[in-house]
Ligand binder design. Structure first.
Ligand SMILES: Cc1ncc(COP(=O)(O)O)c(C=O)c1O
Length: 363
């Protein structure tokens, strides 16, 4: 159809992970364990649920378009100013606004292969040239990324920690990278898994650097357990934020999402419990994978990528787990066809995943 631009026609549609309902229906199961989308296995904070229930009766009103209360809270939390904070429908919503705000006709983008698929979808949909740089040992190859910068480069995207590999770039790597990136290039630092990594000694918390050409993206979808609400936030120089504000959808995030996020920030106990569970269960997962002689990539997120020597094992194990009501992520779509990604769940969920995996390899 001539109405559709060529670069859109050539896109492959995004294939999301399988939903709980679709797996229940297909395999006639009552209970599903979803370890496929790096969500918080404990669910949302009870404070978020109460806050949302309280404002349901006011949902005939539009949300506060400036997102004032949540932005103020975030500015205080991170020692920033209100004019440095933006909200969006998830951090992906902000990524989408960034593309629409800053990209001009001949601009190009750089990122890594096998990184966060959401960015890949947006970058390809922009119709701009994107240089996808291969990773080295499942990590961003920052040297090669910098070497690829040319006069048209406008945006570099880095997820730290990265999804789906769970690797991170350290302070030294980040420093020498930023020394070589020209100020006219915007760096998107996607820190969706920041809270899981912030206590690692050499993890660079980008909020402490505040470069004028860096926009930090974070989310309420992971550690705060609010993926369904779609709330993300970004921190950057006020001029960048100012211009992003002109382009973003005026009423994102919704009023219930803003309230859920505000309440989540007040529930430190829920946050601590989430991190504690993840740390404990990650250790147990690693112990069990080692025992089963299964290769994996060390991860600082709330998920782990398991590496097989052939695609067949991925297809067969994913299928076997599905038939037993366990959804994990086949990483074929991420360009890692020999890998699966498993979200760290509750103790019980992880145990079932390991037991079924053991059974598969013993059979
Ligand atoms: C690296 C990374 N960035 C962003 C997101 C999406 O976050 P949000 O739900 O805030 O759009 C994800 C979700 O999986 C992710 O892994």
């Amino acid at each position: 159809m001539s109405l559709v631009p060529k670069h859109i026609k050539n896109l492959s549609p995004y294939k999301p992970g399988k939903t709980i309902d679709s797996v229940k229906k297909k395999y006639k199961l009552n209970k599903i364990i979803k370890l496929a989308s790096n969500e918080n296995p404990l669910g949302p904070s009870s404070k978020s649920i109460s806050a949302v229930l309280n404002i349901l009766k006011n949902t005939h009103r539009y949300p506060d378009a400036s997102g004032l209360e949540l932005r103020e809270k975030l500015a205080i939390k991170f020692n920033g100013k209100l004019h440095n904070v933006i909200l969006g429908s998830g951090s992906e919503g902000i990524m989408s606004s960034i593309m629409r705000t800053f990209l001009r006709e001949n601009d190009e983008l750089i990122s890594a292969e096998n990184s966060f698929i959401g960015f890949r979808v947006l970058a390809n949909a922009s119709g701009k040239k994107v240089n996808w740089i291969p990773k080295k040992d499942y990590k961003y190859d920052l040297e090669s990324i910098v070497d690829k910068i040319n006069q048209n480069t406008k945006i570099i995207y880095i997820a730290n920690p990265d999804n789906p590999t769970g690797t991170y770039i350290n302070k030294n790597e980040f420093d020498s990278f930023m020394d070589r990136v020209p100020h006219r290039v915007l760096v998107i630092l996607d820190e969706a898994y920041f809270e899981y990594a912030e206590n690692i000694e050499d993890y660079p918390d980008s909020m402490l650097y505040r470069y004028d050409n860096v926009i930090t993206l974070r989310t309420f979808s992971k550690v705060y357990g609010l993926a369904g609400f779609r709330v993300g936030y970004g921190f950057a120089h006020h001029e960048l934020i100012n211009n992003l504000m002109k382009v973003k959808l005026p009423f994102e995030p919704s009023s219930i999402s803003q309230k859920a996020a505000i309440a989540a920030l007040d529930d430190i106990a829920h946050l601590d419990e989430t991190i504690k569970l993840n740390n404990q269960e990650m250790d147990i997962m690693i112990y069990n994978l080692n025992e089963l002689n299964i290769d994996f990539i060390i991860s600082v997120g709330n998920f782990i990528t398991i590496v097989f020597d052939c695609r067949d094992n991925v297809i067969n194990l994913v299928q076997c787990l599905l038939e037993n009501g366990i959804i994990v992520r086949d990483l074929h779509g991420f360009g890692l066809p020999h890998c699966i990604r498993v979200t760290i769940g509750t103790k019980q969920e992880n145990k079932l995943f390991i037991n079924k995996t053991r059974e598969y390899f013993n059979s």
